[in-house]
Ligand binder design. Structure first.
Ligand code: ATP
Ligand code: MG
Length: 339
């Protein structure tokens, strides 16, 4: 990383390599990351180890999405000269920190984590929860602290995980008797949780209710056409409801022209505005947002060697940082060291 950036505040975010990125990632995190990369030292973690915690029987999926997501980053405007894109499984210090931190977290606390509770239910694990899955908040604490990050731009679903990270930080610091690790703050955007196109609480790769950043014009149009609206709004003349109406939720999230959106809402509530007009507006907005991202993606796909190089270079840089943190933490705790 450029030397001049050494004193900038550090940001760490990442994405599980479980599928291509979607609109939820865009509003929940990517938009912030692109904006913040010029004023912060930013690390983007391709979380392939964490992806395995619920995809151990599907390693191909986890592998294939590494380059896929790195390409998404570059396509939305992450600049590899300003941000460091790195691969979690190739940063051994993060695994070492995870093992160390596990001794500072109880199983009961992990089971109480609201995000984990929701995800266990969504994935239908029942009582057969993989131990790796239950412990992934500890690994996430290792990711964040491994870079000594103080800012984590994430969607709303991640807030309890940042809280848990800070608990680990406080325990380590207390044990060490010195503030070897900084606490981190979640940076949650205005739209902290984008619902799925089926109206489900969260657009999520694992739920198959997404519009991907790489979606074609036809896929976008089809997704908008099928989108959930107000089930009681049968005729255009009927008064409609905008609460819980996904098309309006998306307009609120993506349409920069708030006056037009408010006007559409008022006309919809009054009656006399058909779903097709509102959907046409949303389709136009999403097409305009995603067309340039898709074009950059196509250009990058023609040169996969370049994306691979970006990940290799970023991982080498990240390795130095995370190795140094591991050394600091072990020394602060007074653990034995051979060198
Ligand atoms: P998976 O289903 O595999 O968990 P995901 O779609 O939830 O995938 P993650 O890789 O877990 O994506 O999340 C990466 C980042 O994107 C996190 O900061 C998360 O908060 C944010 N994010 C994901 N989905 C949404 C969403 N629907 N709305 C807002 N932010 C989101
Ligand atoms: Mg997730």
């Amino acid at each position: 990383m450029q030397d001049s950036s050494a004193t900038l505040p550090v940001i760490l975010t990442g994405d599980r390599t479980t599928g291509p990125l979607h609109l939820g990632h865009y509003v929940g995190s990517l938009k912030n990351r692109v904006a913040l990369q010029t004023t912060h030292r930013q690390y983007l973690l391709l979380a392939d180890t964490q992806a395995l915690t619920d995809n151990a029987h599907n390693p191909g999926r986890v592998r294939d999405n590494v380059i896929e997501i790195a390409t998404d980053y570059l396509a939305v405007g992450i600049d590899p000269n300003q941000s460091t894109i790195c691969l979690q499984s190739h940063l051994p210090a993060l695994a070492d920190l995870t093992l160390l931190y596990m001794n500072f977290v109880t199983v009961a606390r992990l089971e109480r984590n609201p995000t984990i509770k929701d995800e266990i239910q969504a994935r239908g694990f029942g009582r057969d929860i993989p131990a790796g899955f239950l412990c992934y908040p500890v690994a996430q604490a290792a990711d964040i602290t491994g870079f000594k990050a103080t800012i984590v731009p994430v969607g709303e679903d991640q807030a309890p995980l940042i809280e848990q990270t800070n608990e680990v930080v406080r325990r380590i610091n207390r044990q060490a008797g010195v503030d070897v690790l900084p606490e981190a703050h979640a940076l949650i955007p205005r739209v902290g949780r984008l619902p799925g196109i089926n109206g489900k609480a969260k657009m999520s790769k694992s739920q198959g209710n997404t519009i991907q950043l790489s979606a074609t014009a036809d896929e976008i149009r089809e997704a908008v056409r099928r989108m959930f609206t107000d089930p009681n709004h049968l005729k255009a003349s009927d008064p409609g409801c905008v609460e819980g109406n996904v098309v309006f939720t998306y307009l609120d999230a993506f349409d920069e022209d708030h006056i037009t959106v408010e006007d559409l809402k008022a006309r919809y509530i009054r009656g006399g505005l058909g779903d097709s007009i509102v959907k046409k507006r949303l389709d136009d907005v999403l097409q305009a947002l995603l067309a340039p991202i898709r074009d950059r993606r196509c250009a990058l796909a023609r040169d996969p060697g370049y994306v691979l190089q970006v990940v290799k270079r970023g991982t080498a840089r990240a390795r130095e940082i995370t190795d140094a943190t591991l050394r600091d933490v072990r020394a602060a705790l007074g653990l034995f060291t051979l060198n």
